[in-house]
Design a protein around this ligand. Sequence first.
Ligand SMILES: Nc1ncnc2c1ncn2[C@@H]1O[C@H](COP(=O)(O)OP(=O)(O)O)[C@@H](O)[C@H]1O
Ligand SMILES: [Mg+2]
Length: 361
Amino acid sequence: MPDLLSNENIMTALGKVKDPEIGRDLVSLGMVKNVEITGPHVALTVELTTPACPLKAKIEDEIVTGLEALGAETVKVDWASNVKRSFGGPAADLIPGVKNTIAVASGKGGVGKTTVAVNLAVSLARDGARVGLLDADITGPNVPLMMGTMGAHVTGAGGRVNPVISHGVTMMSIQYFLTGDAPVIWRGPLIHSAIQQFLRDVDWGELDYLVVDLPPGTGDAALSLSQLIPLSGAVIVTTPQEVSLADARKAIAMFTKVNVRTLGVIENMSGFICPNCGEEHDIFGSGGGEKIARELELDVLGRIPLEPGVRAGSDAGVPITSTQHPDADQSRAGQAMREVARTIAGRISVVAEPYAMAAAG
Ligand SMILES: Nc1ncnc2c1ncn2[C@@H]1O[C@H](COP(=O)(O)OP(=O)(O)O)[C@@H](O)[C@H]1O
Ligand SMILES: [Mg+2]
């Protein structure tokens, strides 16, 4: 049936396949590239809006089904990606090479905010994105420890600062400016200007995603930082306990107040994976994230179990999602983190779509 397999028919068939997240078809989104027809064999490239696309398999299935209906014997789909920018405004000029910024926040400390931020960054990098991680927790900078860079110090010249790179992620933290264990006792305005310099003076280069580990809580520091950093969106980390949920509600309210969109809630320490029997036990309960998400009309972006390997990885400077972690392939928490990262990347693509349309005229 060589006639059926014309370029035109192929494009019509692909015009019926939707990007499940954006909700529009691949052809009108300009995602179909290089269609090659050789007899009954078709090869094409799909340019995704993120290399961490959570729905690749679904898109591929629909393409193959559609083209087989036209008589294709084999369909080869190659993947490419072109991450779009999802924020604007004057503050965005501080970081011209950065396409998206994701704040990781929580109502209180100890819920695993930094752990989530670190693993989100490592997961996105592992999927092929260019990723930065900004440690905006000036008074409790934990990113360097968890990324295995406690000994690192900043270098630079001419007022420019080079970031530190580890596990495929480009990073900056106040820790890289410190010598010894002196605690950081900084007041609001100094924190503010430190963050401004982290944005403006660090050579971030071209980044698809800049993940920001915000200070815990909903006090002045967190509030002013969420105004200072141009954000594509925020994710809120909570644990299932009621006290933690109450704080998460406050964090969400804070973002609403400064017009930052909350992308959803991540429930961390949701169930305990017993290292001996492999079974999941409820310690803090579970489903709290769902409750708050329902109540505030947000989505649960994922549930991450409590797993000893996560803490061990953080302490050793090897995040659970890093290929260097001994449990990298079998950890359920690691798998959950990688899925959460893809879900977030998908949400960001949706946020970016109107900006991309506007830019295209
Ligand atoms: N899912 C998890 N499983 C096991 N330990 C975890 C998990 N999430 C976080 N932790 C551990 O809990 C502690 C607090 O996490 P951290 O990310 O520092 O919290 P926060 O940044 O919210 O204060 C750390 O020791 C960390 O390794
Ligand atoms: Mg922290």
